[in-house]
Design a protein around this ligand. Structure first.
Ligand SMILES: Nc1ncnc2c1ncn2[C@@H]1O[C@H](COP(=O)(O)OP(=O)(O)OP(=O)(O)O)[C@@H](O)[C@H]1O
Length: 299
């Protein structure tokens, strides 16, 4: 598989007054063609800075970045790449139709059915009703959808999305998830950032977790999900503890930690002994697990 994106030992320092702040520290990752990589991390972790470097919006950094084998500093490298920012700034005096047509022209895409094609993408993102309104008058969520329609319409080999789900209502959320899933199933490469692991189960092949400018670890999503299933906590009500090593957060209520495979037998035993099952939850959130992995890696 060819490499869609390579980010190698990238460091970035900002000078603010007399102070120098390091916002990326030797960050390295790779995205193969057809793969989806999600970069997760809290505010200020450095995710958007990575994207700005990939897109040549920041040039003074240390390290090397390539897109489909070309140095990311060269315009040619971005010819098959589309990007949607967290708060897209589209030209306010254009209409969504014009925005999409401009996108096709910029990517040198000539289609005899260009109008119908653009209309179709506006429909898929459910903003066709605004097709001929000025962007400046659109609601915020609609602008975000137009930006995504604009990116999808050029059929990029690599799609880069900064927080694609923030600002979307739950219905739009599901629709965008479906469109992105379809894109990756058709072989597109996807690089996205998010504050949360939520939604990633349907999209990401691998996830990387960033904090304070460092990439702590990159793991296959499946590995994280499998490990989580091994550790559950059941909370139950009973006169006394029904399992050894139960803890008791309050009188008459107990918690018991168990492996996923023990779940069925443990619930049967709990009910047989007159206990009441109150809740089952994963012991660790996926974020917690990530730190566990990172610690194992010595990060
Ligand atoms: N132009 C700038 N001036 C000052 N600080 C900056 C600038 N650009 C980035 N930073 C700082 O660099 C760090 C990384 O920012 P970045 O936007 O990349 O993080 P992020 O992970 O994308 O966060 P968020 O999820 O909030 O978008 C933050 O501490 C931020 O305050």
């Amino acid at each position: 598989m060819n490499t869609a994106l390579s980010f190698h030992l990238v460091s970035k320092t900002l000078r603010i007054g007399r102070e120098r702040i390091q916002i990326l520290r030797d960050v390295s990752f790779e995205l193969k063609e057809g793969e989806t990589l999600a970069l997760l991390g809290p505010n200020g972790a450095g995710k958007s800075t990575c994207i700005r470097i990939i897109l040549d919006m920041i040039r003074d950094y240390r390290g090397s970045v390539t897109l489909h084998g070309h140095d990311a500093r060269r315009a040619q490298a971005r010819s098959h790449v589309a990007y949607v920012a967290e708060n897209p700034s589209l030209h306010e005096r254009l209409t969504p139709m014009e925005v999409l047509r401009t996108g096709l022209a910029r990517h040198d895409i000539r289609r005899s059915d260009a109008n119908a094609w653009c209309k179709c993408w506006l429909q898929r993102l459910e903003v066709e009703e605004y097709a001929h309104c000025l962007i400046g008058r659109l609601p915020k969520g609609a602008t975000q959808k137009v930006a995504l329609a604009h990116a999808m319409a050029v059929q990029p080999r690599l799609l880069i999305l900064d927080e694609p789900f923030s600002g979307l209502d739950p219905y739009a959320h599901g629709n965008v998830l479906h469109i992105l899933d379809e894109y990756r199933r058709a072989g597109g490469s996807l690089f996205l950032t998010s504050h949360r692991l939520q939604n990633m189960e349907r999209l990401a092949d691998r996830v990387g977790f960033m904090r304070k400018g460092k990439l702590l670890a990159v793991r296959p999503y499946r590995e994280l999900a499998t490990e989580r299933k091994a550790d559950l906590i059941i909370r139950y009500e009973a006169r006394h503890a029904l399992f050894d090593e139960s803890s008791s957060p309050c009188p008459g209520v107990f918690e018991y930690r168990l492996a996923y495979l023990e779940l069925q037998a443990s619930i049967a035993r709990l009910l047989a002994q007159g206990g009441t099952l109150l809740a089952i939850r994963p012991e660790l959130s996926l974020e917690d697990l990530f730190f566990r992995f990172a610690a194992r890696d010595g990060a």
